[in-house]
Design a protein around this ligand. Structure first.
Ligand code: PMP
Length: 459
């Protein structure tokens, strides 16, 4: 190992509080230096296929020069402006129009923020504001799902349903947050139960939760169309139809969190289209700029916009907005990103390459004795590593099978991610080709064969 890496890795460990790491037993971080196409290189010159597109975001890969140029041009013409107190600017206006034109259901207006968390946090605040406006001030509770992920601000962590995001952070904040079950048919389906019957059970549980809380206290439910960080869980057939019927019955708003699923990831522009969700509010981020600059957006139905507008008018101003809401540079990069998606017909590409990916995963990975289920949609894919294929039993978490697999893949030059239940997930740049998919699957198979020889799964 070179002294450069030593010093960079130790400087990183000494100076940076890295997200999602154990500061006391932190492994030497890879110091990433450059990217090209779907690959990144570390400071030692080793290359990796980044099958996570960073954090599910670099959809156009790591070297799209047009995005750099769009940022530069905007920096030169108007590097900063905002939308407060009677101001606006062209990139923000054009991007809002573009998003409204592509929304999965008719939407009224767009609010811009910088991250998925901020977009979701804004959704929560505006839902409360809306319910105050329409004379339902008691209707404030937000429903999330166990293992759902919606961000890490105080309110969004409270909606997030992952234990590590709650433990010791003193969240959920208060009794405004409820969680219902993960729609995980693979583990929670009863023997002999159909997917449809399991979906009915999930909807019944939701209805019971709303009735127990009191329908007059429940405001909204947040849903990732396919749960990402929770382990790439694809809800069972008829789930969304049944869940939304219950939500509509009790006047509970539907919020689609498209932070991962948006912009072609599942083979349609929106995961809501793939999975059959008709949201009242929709949040997106990540692939909106291919991850090149921070930007998120919240789309809001006309009915909810009207309520918000009347309340803001009564008060005199909408007292919400970030300094960088709709920042012109990320907005210009987002417009260029969306232009490129159209030009290369990203949806058809994802469908074609995605089918190839699933064929390969099913044939070459799904048949492996350690692999329990291959799942996903479009170019969002994963498989669960299990101790027993028949009973779907996972290994004990203390064996750290998922993290071991991540390390083995890394040795083979492949970056992937491990989620709860040893779900190994991938969300590669959408521009990945079929032959690059084959390279990814080769590396998976090699890493799985290595895994078989480790104490993580033996004995
Ligand atoms: N929602 C979902 C579905 C996410 O996956 C994430 C982040 N991975 C977020 C919200 C939060 O986004 P951010 O990290 O940009 O705040």
């Amino acid at each position: 190992m070179s002294s450069t890496l030593n010093s960079l890795a130790s400087r990183a460990k000494a100076a940076v509080l890295h997200p999602y790491s154990d500061p006391l037993t932190e492994v030497e971080p890879l110091i990433m230096e450059r990217g090209e196409g779907i690959r990144v290189w570390d400071s030692e010159g080793r290359s990796y296929i980044d099958a996570m597109a960073g954090l599910w975001c670099a959809s156009l890969g790591f070297s799209e020069g047009r995005l750099a140029k769009a940022a530069y041009d905007q920096m030169v013409s108007l590097p900063y402006y905002h939308g407060f107190t009677g101001k606006s600017h062209v990139p923000m206006i054009e991007l809002a129009e573009r998003l409204l034109a592509m929304a999965p259901v008719p939407m009224g207006k767009v609010f811009f923020a910088n991250s998925g968390s901020e977009a979701n946090d804004t959704a929560i605040k505006l839902i409360w504001y809306y319910n105050n406006a329409r004379g339902k001030p008691g209707k404030k509770k937000i429903i999330g799902r166990h293992r759902g992920y919606h961000g890490i601000t105080l309110a969004t962590t409270s909606v997030t349903g992952q234990v590590i995001n709650h433990t010791s952070f003193d969240v959920p904040l208060n009794d405004r947050y409820l969680h219902v079950q993960t729609p995980d048919f693979y583990h929670a389906g009863l023997p002999g139960e159909s997917e449809e019957d399991y979906a009915t059970r999930c909807a019944q549980e939701l209805e019971n939760a709303i009735l127990t809380a009191g329908p007059d206290t429940v405001a909204a439910m947040f849903m990732e169309p396919i749960l990402g960080g929770g382990g790439l869980i694809v809800p069972p057939r008829t789930y969304y139809e049944k869940m939304q019927a219950v939500l509509r019955k009790y006047d509970v708003l539907v919020v689609a969190d498209e932070v991962i699923c948006g912009f072609g990831r599942t083979g349609n522009h929106w995961g809501s289209t793939t999975m059959g969700i008709q949201p009242d509010l929709l949040t997106c981020a990540k692939a909106l700029t291919s991850g090149y600059l921070p930007l998120s957006a919240l789309m809001i139905s006309q009915e909810v916009v009207d309520g918000i507008a009347s309340e803001a008018h009564r008060i005199g101003v909408l007292g919400h907005g970030f300094t960088y809401s709709g920042h012109p540079v990320p907005a210009a990069v987002a417009l260029e990103t969306l232009r490129i998606y159209d030009e290369i017909d990203i949806i058809s590409h994802v469908r074609t390459v995605g089918s190839h990916l699933f064929e390969q995963l099913n044939a070459r990975v799904g048949s492996h004795p350690l692999v329990g289920q291959v799942r996903g949609a479009g170019l969002l894919a994963g498989f669960e590593i299990v101790a027993d294929k028949d009973s779907h039993k996972n290994f004990e978490p203390s064996r750290k099978v998922g993290p071991t697999m991540v390390g083995l893949c890394q040795k083979h030059g492949l970056i992937i991610r491990a989620c709860p239940n040893d779900a190994i997930v991938m969300s590669p740049p959408l521009v990945i080709t079929e032959s690059e998919v084959d390279q990814v699957v080769d590396k998976f198979v090699a890493a799985l064969n290595d895994l078989e020889a480790t104490t993580a799964v033996k004995g």
